[in-house]
Design a binder for this molecule. Structure first.
Ligand code: NAD
Length: 434
């Protein structure tokens, strides 16, 4: 099939590449001309494991190309995906200007039947708004479909190629048939394509992310209890996770959720509920707990140094909001950095992939190391903010030599408490007995 993907960020690039990988002819469109030039020259613009190989292969096979000229591609394709940003507006509600802006453009460009697919995470009712925006200028046939994306950064290619489910919101039989054909190679193992109405499909995405965020905030509150009651959150996690009704995943306590999705989607669903005078109490608590949790590690650091961080120097391992990505949007590490700097501390940070993104955002406010050990030299303590696998079994002897004192504040509970204590570390983690 011939597919256009408008918006070539984390979702758009993975979507376009994976559709090309299954034999479709894909053109990715982005207004960022520098990004398009790079992609067209075969340079990948995001770090996502496994993506580059598919990206290069499909460019070579001429199934994947890039342009900034939307007008030049519309006539050529059958399906147009919108993988555009939906950031929080000033009031926290999803800002639809990018999605509706492109819908408006499409209204002026369409000349024949197309399926317009919303892959962005958008509030209930957006399919209607997209339809209305196109309708203003185009009187021919078209369908607007909701097809939310559930990929996780860090394992996005796998998630896209082998999705747990594909959700498609449409009442059009014609669009249903086209979408089924497009997704057939991805559901060969029997994972379902769930057809539903557009509104349910739009809400499914917010419900999924909000539920996962709720699990994280719940466990972070349990961790707070553990710290006050002398229990061990790792034991509690195992104790409840082995119950099939609860499940093992997403039960790790830490320094809160971040990323480009959970914070904004939780906020947007609260706002959508507010707009219809429904007080979504659980979600408000989820958000509040998360905001506090991001600073929980800093509280522990301050407690350790009796409130005085002036002149203290910290090594920070991990900047990305989670491992295997270079995405730093809403990363807890950034909140920790700002807070420590405001207390008069200095920081040298290391991250395997996210240093350039952080440099672009906060520049020389902190120092950057070339590897995890270089960051430690002369630091008063090591802080861990992202659970990259290379941080999991480090050389503790070397760490001990490089640090001024053997102190680790671990926001991701990477190590055994007793082991670290037995080799002379003051090891402070989340929700576990000291
Ligand atoms: N990142 C994720 O893990 C993830 C997962 C599922 C869903 N989503 C949702 O997918 C959507 C996109 O997210 P993302 O992380 O890929 O965003 P992103 O910011 O990485 O990418 C968006 C791209 O759209 C481009 N763009 C903006 N306006 C444009 C226009 N008028 N025409 C063409 N291109 C334009 C930008 O230049 C950018 O490259 C959001 O709604 C997000 O909530 C994201």
């Amino acid at each position: 099939m011939r597919v256009a993907v408008v918006g070539t960020g984390y979702v758009g690039l993975v979507t376009g590449t994976c559709f090309a990988e299954t034999g479709n002819k894909v053109v990715c469109v982005d207004i960022d001309e520098a990004k398009v030039a790079k992609l067209a020259a075969g340079q990948i613009t995001i770090y996502e494991p496994g993506l580059e190989k598919l990206f290069l292969r499909n460019i070579k096979e001429e199934r994947l190309r890039f342009t900034s000229d939307l007008a030049s591609v519309v006539d050529d394709v059958e399906i147009i995906f919108l993988a555009l940003p939906t950031p929080p507006g000033a009031d926290g509600a999803a800002d639809l200007q990018f999605v509706l802006g492109v819908a408006n453009q499409l209204g002026k460009l369409l000349t024949s039947y197309k399926v317009i697919v919303n892959k962005s995470t958008v509030p209930v009712g957006t399919a209607d708004k997209v339809r209305a925006a196109i309708d203003q200028n185009y009187r021919g046939e078209f369908d607007v479909v909701s097809n939310p994306e559930f990929l996780r950064e860090g394992v996005a290619v796998d998630d896209f190629m082998k999705p747990d489910r594909v959700v498609i919101g449409t009442s059009s039989e014609r669009a249903k048939k086209i979408m089924s054909e497009l997704y057939a190679p991805f559901v060969r193992q029997g994972n379902p394509i769930l057809f539903m109405d557009e509104r349910s499909s739009e809400l499914t995405k917010y419900a999924a992310n909000s539920f996962l965020a709720m699990k994280i905030s719940f466990m972070n509150e349990i961790a707070q209890l553990c710290e006050r009651m002398g229990a061990d959150v790792d034991m509690v996690r195992r104790g409840i996770g082995s119950d099939e009704r609860i499940g093992k995943r997403f039960l790790f306590s830490g320094i809160g959720y971040g990323g480009s999705c959970f914070p904004k989607d939780v906020q947007a669903l609260i706002k959508s509920a507010d707009a219809i005078s429904y007080d979504f109490q659980i979600l408000k608590a989820v958000e509040k707990v998360n905001t506090n949790q991001k600073l929980h590690l800093v509280e522990k650091i301050k407690e350790h140094y009796r409130g005085d961080l002036k002149g203290k120097h910290f090594a920070l391992w991990g900047l990305a909001f989670k491992p295997n990505t270079d995405d730093i949007r809403e990363a807890p590490a950034l909140v920790i950095i700002e807070s420590l700097l405001s207390e008069g501390a200095t920081i040298t940070a290391y991250d395997p992939e996210a240093i350039s993104a952080v440099q672009a955002q906060i520049g020389i406010k902190i120092n950057y190391a070339k590897n995890q050990y270089q960051a430690l030299k002369g630091a008063d303590a090591l802080l861990i903010a992202t659970e990259w696998s290379e941080f999991r079994t480090p050389d503790f002897e070397r760490i001990g030599v490089l640090l001024k004192s053997k102190v680790i504040f671990d926001g991701r509970n990477l190590f055994e408490v007793l082991k670290l204590q037995s080799i002379g570390y003051k090891y402070i983690s989340i929700g576990r007995p000291q």
